[in-house]
Design a protein around this ligand. Structure first.
Ligand SMILES: [Zn+2]
Length: 311
């Protein structure tokens, strides 16, 4: 029995986009932090220290464009040298990736991969789509980039319903969000690893698909955002919901290593996980990792997880 921990290194400007906040710092914009790259410069060192203490190899899904910032590239290269896996989270983290022309989809994926390889010396073998939003065109481009697996399908009805509700409310209030709702067919995808079929949410013989973890039955999200916000009794229930799975993957985000005191009090009002102190979030995630280990699981990177699940 195996488990893997991934972290999407979404910089805070992507959260600004989700919440429809201004992207630049002109008049009326929200000043988020003294630093432009708090996820790479503040959160990643904390998360790497956490992973080192627990001896967990991470899979870091990174955005290619962030590599233009020297300290971000240095931090990711350091993580790669420590043995963590680097995954492709596209070139620009476009939430509307599936709506772009085919050639631009291909560029977002292949150039993202190339940029990350140049920055770290490690060719990404896995892909995660921004906002978990997939299409067959996107996956064709992922396969063409030489990836071994996708880790974007999120067959989670409660997440989908919550996202739909938030975006409907925001649209009614006249505020645009950078995020899009995505394809409801993903909800019908298997929850265990599978090979891609003619339609990506169905089984076939193609690319390895490593769905974002949901529990059996109700398919509740077993991801960092829900685990750090849930009371202990719910965290234990979520753990029971994945207990029978041969492979468990735990998806975290860079913000798990940040909190309001990092100069982010404005964003914390809209992003509830930022109001929990980062040490507290990592302590809760430590409990989860220890529980997975106590159940006899070994920690591996996502590419190892995908290969073991689907030889
Ligand atoms: Zn992301």
């Amino acid at each position: 029995m195996l488990f893997g921990v991934s972290i999407d290194l979404d910089e805070l400007r992507h959260y600004r986009a989700i919440h429809g906040l201004p992207g630049s710092r002109g008049p009326g914009s929200v000043v988020l932090s003294a630093r432009e790259f708090p996820v790479y410069e503040v959160a990643l060192p904390r998360l790497l220290t956490w992973a080192r203490a627990l001896e967990v190899p991470l899979t870091l899904f990174a955005v290619g464009a962030d590599m233009a910032h020297g300290p971000a590239a240095d931090a990711l290269r350091g993580a790669s040298r420590e043995g963590h896996e680097i995954g492709n989270h596209t070139l620009d983290h476009r939430y509307d990736l599936i709506r772009l022309p085919r050639a631009e989809i291909a560029r977002q994926i292949s150039v993202g991969c190339d940029v990350l390889e140049r920055a770290t010396g490690q060719r990404p073998r896995g892909f995660r789509a921004p906002g978990y939003t997939l299409s067959d065109e996107v996956l064709d481009a992922v396969e063409a980039s030489g990836a071994e697996y996708d880790a974007s399908v999120f067959p989670c009805p409660s997440y989908f319903a919550a996202k739909l509700a938030v975006m409907t409310k925001r649209a009614a209030g006249g505020r645009r969000s950078g995020a899009i709702v995505g394809d409801p067919r993903a909800l019908t995808a298997p929850r265990a690893p599978y090979r891609r079929g003619p339609r990506y949410h169905e089984r076939g013989g193609g690319l390895r698909m490593l769905p974002v973890q949901v529990t059996r039955g109700a398919r509740l999200p077993f991801i960092g955002t829900s685990l750090v916000l849930a009371p202990a009794i719910v965290r234990r229930a979520l753990l029971r919901g994945v207990a029978d799975d041969a492979c468990v993957n735990l998806e975290l985000h860079g913000v798990e290593g940040l909190d309001a005191s990092d100069g982010l009090s404005e964003l914390a009002r809209r992003q509830p996980d930022l109001s929990v102190p980062w040490r507290e979030k990592l302590a809760r995630l430590t409990e989860i990792v220890r529980a997975l280990r106590a159940a006899g699981r070994r920690a591996v990177t996502h590419v190892e997880l995908a290969r073991a699940a689907l030889p």
